[in-house]
Design a protein around this ligand. Structure first.
Ligand SMILES: NC(=O)c1ccc[n+]([C@@H]2O[C@H](COP(=O)([O-])OP(=O)(O)OC[C@H]3O[C@@H](n4cnc5c(N)ncnc54)[C@H](O)[C@@H]3O)[C@@H](O)[C@H]2O)c1
Length: 350
């Protein structure tokens, strides 16, 4: 299997590249522009592996994509490249429109041209997996789960651009027959997660004795998915998923944000005991504008159809994750020092 992974230097993309090359023996071409969110160090375990290649390119650059497709001759595309941080989308939405919408369109067109050039058997084997988010479905009340038929109701600039890209991907299947599959997953967590996101940010702030910001009342619920379980799901979708279908991927790991922060504090206390419990560092800060209250995924379809199951519980996955950050300072210290130091983003004050 030869797979083009876009955004392979990001959090989920690097986990996919590592697993595909090291565990599945696939050959991967990582196409990444290397924005602030990228870290080539996340690819250190495979950087010299013959099954791994990298090209620095913007998914808005059609000529570069066509060249990459022609030279690499993939069997599939796993499209992960995106601007992905809701808070940043509130401060500066233009880059989200450019990458998530224009970039996805450019990639779909490059993939379509390449796919049309293939022999009939190769054309029928080809897959384009577009990775999206549960945030396109909007916000849930206390009950219910998102299913594949849930209505689109995006409410942040980020989720609006992801919704737009999902519609494009679907349209390229319906209109041109490109074998597109869409996956909508819940909040991922795990090693190599950029330290602007909740779990790594809280882990590192707790370790350094800094305030632990919780947005609003801390009762917003997210459905946590360990990144390696997500990558297992993506490999199944690539190999067994049905073109034109959509699969929701979630870890059945619903937690309120405050409970997540408290659990991280307790783990840091356990691994690195301090005079005062880290929970005393928790402070409530103004809520994110338009903050969705609850996300929860029903992963029944991918479990039943593709045989996927989540191996990590939230408690076991969180323990591994916090341990990883404590053991891998060399990965996150340069990012904290030079790329993002923990300042508050996304208050819509401009
Ligand atoms: N992390 C999550 O919890 C989560 C949940 C649901 C869906 N998703 C989706 O999964 C995908 C990957 O998320 P992530 O958390 O790994 O993101 P990330 O921000 O960690 O990584 C994104 C990667 O895309 C690259 N990129 C950005 N713009 C690009 C461009 N124009 N051209 C080429 N490369 C570009 C970046 O350099 C980076 O390496 C995204 O599409 C995101 O919407 C993520």
């Amino acid at each position: 299997m030869r797979v083009v992974v876009t955004g392979g230097a990001g959090f989920i993309g690097s986990a996919a590249c590592r697993a595909f090359v090291l565990q599945l023996g696939w050959t991967v071409l990582n196409v990444d522009k290397l924005t602030y969110a990228a870290s080539l160090r996340s690819l250190d375990p495979i950087k010299d592996h013959p099954g791994y290649r990298f090209v620095r390119a913007d998914i808005c650059d059609g000529a570069a994509l066509e060249k990459a497709f022609e030279a690499f001759a993939p069997d599939a595309v796993l499209h992960l490249a995106a601007e992905s941080h809701v808070d940043r989308s509130i401060d500066a939405s233009a880059e989200f429109l450019r990458t998530n919408v224009v970039g996805t369109h450019t990639l779909l067109e490059a993939a379509r041209r390449y796919w049309r050039s293939l022999s009939a058997p190769a054309r029928s084997r080809f897959r384009f997996v577009h990775v999206s988010t549960d945030e396109v479905y909007g916000s849930l009340d206390e009950a219910g789960h998102f299913v594949e038929e849930s209505r689109y109701d995006p409410r942040s600039p980020y989720s609006a651009t992801k919704a737009a890209s999902d519609h494009l991907a679907r349209a390229w299947h319906e209109t041109y027959g490109l074998p597109v599959i869409i996956s909508n997953c819940s909040n991922n967590y795990g090693p190599y997660h950029f330290p602007e996101k909740l779990i790594p940010l809280v882990t590192l702030n707790a370790l350094e004795g800094k305030p632990l910001p919780v947005y609003g009342d801390g009762r917003h619920v997210r459905d946590w998915l360990y990144v390696e379980d997500h990558v297992d799901a993506l490999a199944l979708i690539l190999t067994k998923g049905r073109p034109g279908e959509r699969y929701n991927v979630g870890g059945r790991g619903e937690r309120a944000n405050l409970a997540v922060v408290e659990a991280v504090c307790d783990l840091v206390d356990e691994f690195v005991p301090a005079a005062r419990p880290r929970r005393t560092l928790i402070s409530f800060v103004p809520d994110r504008p338009g903050h969705d209250r609850r996300y929860a995924i029903d992963p029944g379809k991918i479990e039943a159809e593709l045989g996927w199951c989540c191996r990590e519980s939230f408690d076991s996955g969180l323990r591994k994750t916090v341990r990883w950050y404590l053991d891998n300072r060399a990965w996150w210290e340069p990012l904290r020092a030079r790329v993002y130091g923990g300042e508050r983003l996304g208050l819509a004050e401009a």
